[in-house]
Design a protein around this ligand. Structure first.
Ligand code: SAM
Length: 285
């Protein structure tokens, strides 16, 4: 009798799910904040899920982390102080620190166990970023941090879970008010905002909650295979209206002079990512 293969089924959508074949479970436990599992999958390398929802896989994490880091940072062009909310796997911190202009990358992560287990079982995600002298790791709830911090940042990136459990507060008006107070004039905020086709109400809700604080609120997209259901959206907010519409020649120059090697991001993808599918554009008007 063929050995029954262990499987992980994601619990994000009612009546529809993606399933991963499991080779072996590397870690599984309830942390102080959420259920955490990291397993060796059959076809996506090592995979991490929180509260039953896929967070990141070794095979396709580069798409998400490159797009969340490089679109805002190349658009800004001279970011020194960057704030990351969430991002416990360290992939975003790794990409942010590739920008030499960034002298301080502060990461506020609520769950120390996610950092510890990802350093141990997903080492290629942070790839040493947590030991980088420019990285400053704070264990705290992101909403408390932005409501109380006395520093300001050029770019703020929210790499949170979905608005379920501890991540829920990171999609609220008080959080966005805190983002506004922690962003330098002309700064840029970008955030993970779910798969537009499957979580369309999260796109319109974010737009309505961000608009009172920023004059330019928009979204950009990328296709991340394990964020199932179509392109995923990133929220964008800034009072700098030119940042989102840089000429391609300027983006090309910044990309080339950075020397950063990417596998998904490039200036053409950057500009194209702001072109929204009509059903998303319609829901925002
Ligand atoms: N890339 C993933 C995605 O797109 O779904 C998310 C990456 S990362 C694993 C999400 C992180 O957000 C987790 O490490 C989780 O602990 C953290 N997180 C959730 N709620 C938080 C909060 N209120 N403050 C700070 N970090 C939070």
């Amino acid at each position: 009798m063929a050995e029954q293969q262990l499987q992980f089924q994601e619990k994000l959508h009612d009546g529809w799910a993606q399933t991963f074949g499991i080779k072996n479970v590397l870690f599984e436990n309830k942390t102080e904040h959420q259920h955490l599992i990291i397993f060796e999958s059959v076809s996506f390398g090592r995979v991490m899920a929180l509260d039953g929802i896929i967070q990141t896989t070794e095979r396709d994490e580069f798409i998400y982390h490159e797009m969340l880091a490089h679109v805002p940072l190349f658009a800004h062009g001279q970011a020194k102080d960057v704030l990351i909310i969430g991002g416990g796997d360290g992939g975003l911190l790794r990409e942010v620190l590739k920008h030499e202009s960034v002298s301080n990358a502060t990461q506020v992560e609520i769950d120390q166990a996610v950092i510890d287990m990802c350093v141990e079982y997903l080492p290629n995600h942070s790839a040493g970023a947590y030991n980088n002298p420019r990285a400053n790791i704070v264990i705290d709830d992101g909403i408390k941090y932005v409501q109380n911090c006395d520093k300001q940042f050029d770019v703020i990136l929210s790499d949170s879970t979905d608005p379920i459990g501890p991540g829920e507060v990171l999609f609220t008006s008080p959080f966005y008010e805190g983002i506004k107070r922690c962003l330098k004039p002309g700064g840029i905020f970008a955030a993970q905002n779910g798969v537009g086709f499957m979580q369309q109400d999260e796109v319109t809700t974010t737009k309505s909650r961000l608009s009172p604080y920023f004059s330019d609120c928009h979204f950009y997209t990328a296709a991340v295979p394990t964020y199932v259901g179509g392109v995923m959206t990133f929220a964008w907010a800034s009072d700098n209206h030119t940042a989102r519409e840089l000429p391609i020649a300027e983006l090309e120059a910044r990309y080339r002079s950075s020397g950063i090697k990417t596998r998904y991001y490039n200036p053409g993808v950057h500009n194209g990512s702001f072109a929204l599918p009509q059903y998303i554009a319609d829901s925002l008007n």
